[in-house]
Every structure is written in structure tokens, then in C-alpha cells.
Design a protein around this ligand. Structure first.
Ligand SMILES: [Zn+2]
Length: 387
């Protein structure tokens, strides 16, 4: 299955995010069992993580206070930190404490053979489609993931306004129940990894800017500078930015994006081959803005036939999708009334010789052109409704 998948992977733009180790692990025939009461463990881990974050932040602020830095702006603090090896070392050591103390991701939320269709599970992530990762260790995702697990067991979703949930997610720093993960004010800070060339940076900046232009300025992108205090806040999860990475990914994998929450920074990884591909660059940022794959809309079977077998192109069932799409707190899936075949978030069609057909056909079995090379008008309209 995986071999067949890789054979055709190059045709698609964005593919699975699992790393090789996880694929090797998948080859072991012992089925992986879900953690009992996973939904409760997720919430409990989130609670612990938030407590540790608060504790670490208090310690850092106390320390900076003693160093006479507390009343200063973050820029002044950063300047002091740059000038002070002691402060840098202290913040680094607190970051290490956070990393060591925070609970690890639950390896299995679902029995291996019982993962909801449209999702795959790795040790660290729930993968939506192929390239959109939901970090299981991120407290921001805890409520959403708990509810997906609960619904898979036939239980009702947790009431996000319940005393229990509010108790977990309420903190002095304004951590909320977090069912709305839009970027505050539509502002997306990002930072390039050092191995990305100037030419590539210019291309990525220009490409991202198309989201700005087409959304009528609803989303804006700005590069964050290297700043010790901000980096500390990012590392312990009180600020978020998108780290843009260039890495050799598994064969055929173009790019992947993980979620952004209060657990450190989000990232987008581009393979060196695709870092200059407009569609890949813009598509991955689309995920970061909150867009899911158009061909995974729960109602997509009304509009086309997906001929590829296996989990990769399965639809996300309505009962799970409502937790994954933006505005899920309305308890309904929200997307355009138009099925957007040429969305930048729709995979491009390709021929799969293992089934002797194209991945996507129209309802009469005919070829369909899917997956546009630019941000479609519907994509742009949707972003405007989100921000
Ligand atoms: Zn994608």
C-alpha cells in the first residue's frame, strides 16, 4: 500500500507527513491499541501542560524582576538578554524544564484499525488528509481531539462551556477554551530557518502576500526577528509563529504543516524540491490560515467520485469534520456552498495505475480537472469570512 502510494506521490502536491521511523513501526504486525479513556487523558495532559507553562512563566518573570528587567518592554528585555549571558542561560534552562516536564503526546488515541476515516494517526500527530497535522501534545487541540475520540465511541461531545473545561483552560494569561484558533487580528508572524536562501525567501514572501491581496488585506504576514524574550515565550507556548523549514522529506512529500497552538511554534516544512513551487508554498500556508482540504469536505461525494482506495482520500465523516473545520463551535461544518474543484486546497487529479483510473472523476466517471494553481475566488472569499 505504502509503495503504491509513494509511486504516485509525486503527482500530488502535498503528501503524508509521517516520517520513515513511523512507517517502519507501522510494518510491525502487532496492532496498536488506543489508550483507555484517551479523551480524559488528553484533557488531563492539557491541564498539566498549562500549569507548567504558567509556573515557568512566573519563574522567568520573577527572575527578570530580580534582574531589574521586569518593568521593561520585551524589546528592552531582549536587549538585556542579548547582553546578559546569565539571563540567556536562565531562560534556556527554564525552556528545558518545560520540555522535560510537559506530558508527552499520547501515542494512540484510536485502535490502529479503528481510526476514523479521513484521519491517520502517528505517535505525535493526528493527520488530516496527508499533510495537515494536529499535534496531540498541544493543549490547544485537547478539546477538539477529546471530542473526536468521544464521538468515535458514540458519546456526545464535551460541553465547551462546562465548568470542567473552563477550569482546565482558564488561566491568568488568558488561555481560553480555545475552540477558535484563528490568528489574532489576521496577523501571521513567521520566521525562516537559516538554510533557506534569499531567493527562496523572496519567493515565499511574494507567494504568501497573495493571501493578503486576495483576502483584501484580511490576513497579513510579518517576519519575526530573533529576540531572546520572544523566543522564550514561543518555546514555552505563550506566543506563536510559523517556522518555515526546508528539509529533505520522505520520497514524494512536498510539504507539511503542523498546528499552531500554545505549545511552541507551528511549522511548515517544504522539501527542497517544492520550496519554490507556488502551489505547495501557498497551499501549506492555507492550512495555517485554517483551511482544510476541499476534497475532504464531508459532502464531497455529492460532487465527485474519489477512486483511490485506502485512507488517504477517504472523506472525513461529518461527525468528525465538525470538530476539524473552522467555526466548529457552531456545531456545524462551515464551508462554501459551492464545491470548489479548483481550490488551492483541493489535491490535483492524477492517474493511479493501481486502479486503472484517475483519483477523481465526475459522477459519470469522466475526468475532472481539480486543484488550481492559484488561490481561487472561493478560497479568498472563505478567508474573508474567517478573518
Ligand atoms: Zn494539504
Amino acid at each position: 500500500m505504502k509503495k503504491i502510494f509513494y509511486l504516485f506521490a509525486l503527482i500530488a502536491f502535498t503528501l503524508t507527513s509521517c516520517d520513515k521511523n513511523e512507517y517502519s513501526a507501522d510494518a510491525i504486525s502487532v496492532p496498536k491499541k488506543a489508550v483507555a479513556n484517551a479523551e480524559e487523558v488528553i484533557l488531563s495532559n492539557a491541564e498539566k501542560t498549562i500549569q507548567i507553562q504558567n509556573d515557568i512563566l512566573s519563574k522567568a518573570e520573577n527572575y527578570l524582576g530580580k534582574m531589574n528587567a521586569k518593568g521593561k518592554s520585551s524589546i528592552q528585555r531582549a536587549k538585556m538578554a542579548t547582553d546578559s549571558t546569565a539571563i540567556i542561560e536562565k531562560l534556556d534552562s527554564l525552556t528545558e524544564v518545560f520540555k522535560n516536564q510537559r506530558p508527552a503526546a499520547i501515542e494512540r488515541l484510536f485502535d490502529e484499525n479503528d481510526v476514523p476515516s479521513g484521519l491517520t494517526e502517528t505517535n505525535q500527530f493526528i493527520v488530516v488528509g496527508d499533510d495537515n497535522l494536529i499535534d496531540k501534545a498541544d493543549p490547544e487541540n485537547a478539546l477538539m481531539l477529546s471530542n473526536i475520540v468521544r464521538v468515535s465511541k458514540g458519546l456526545g461531545p464535551i460541553d465547551a462551556t462546562s465548568q470542567k473545561v473552563r477550569g482546565i483552560f482558564k488561566s491568568k494569561n488568558g488561555f481560553t477554551t480555545s475552540d477558535d484558533k484563528r490568528w489574532d487580528g489576521g496577523k501571521i508572524p513567521y520566521q525562516f530557518d537559516s538554510n533557506i536562501t534569499e531567493t527562496e525567501r523572496t519567493f515565499i514572501r511574494t507567494s504568501y502576500n497573495d493571501w493578503n491581496t486576495k483576502s483584501g488585506g484580511k490576513v497579513t504576514f510579518s517576519e519575526v526577528s530573533n529576540n531572546w524574550w520572544d523566543n522564550f515565550l514561543y518555546a514555552i507556548g505563550f506566543k506563536c509563529f510559523v517556522k518555515i523549514k526546508k528539509e529533505t522529506l520522505d520520497a514524494g512529500i512536498a510539504g507539511v504543516a503542523n498546528g499552531c497552538g500554545k505549545s511552541g511554534w507551528a511549522w511548515i516544512k517544504y522539501s527542497p524540491t517544492y520550496i519554490s513551487s507556488y502551489r505547495t508554498v501557498v497551499h501549506e500556508m492555507g492550512h495555517k490560515l485554517g483551511l482544510q482540504h476541499e476534497h475532504q469536505r464531508p459532502d464531497r461525494d455529492s460532487y465527485l467520485t474519489v477512486n483511490k482506495t485506502g485512507s488517504q482520500y477517504n472523506k472525513i465523516e461529518e461527525k468528525y469534520a465538525r470538530f476539524l473545520w473552522w467555526r466548529w463551535k457552531t456545531r456545524s461544518v462551515t464551508y462554501s456552498s459551492t464545491y470548489d474543484y479548483m481550490s488551492i486546497m483541493h489535491y490535483q487529479n492524477g492517474y493511479d495505475s493501481s486502479i486503472g483510473n484517475y483519483w477523481f472523476t465526475n459522477k459519470s466517471g469522466g475526468y475532472l480537472s481539480t486543484g488550481g494553481t492559484t488561490i481561487s475566488d472561493v478560497d479568498a472569499e472563505f478567508i474573508k469570512t474567517l478573518y
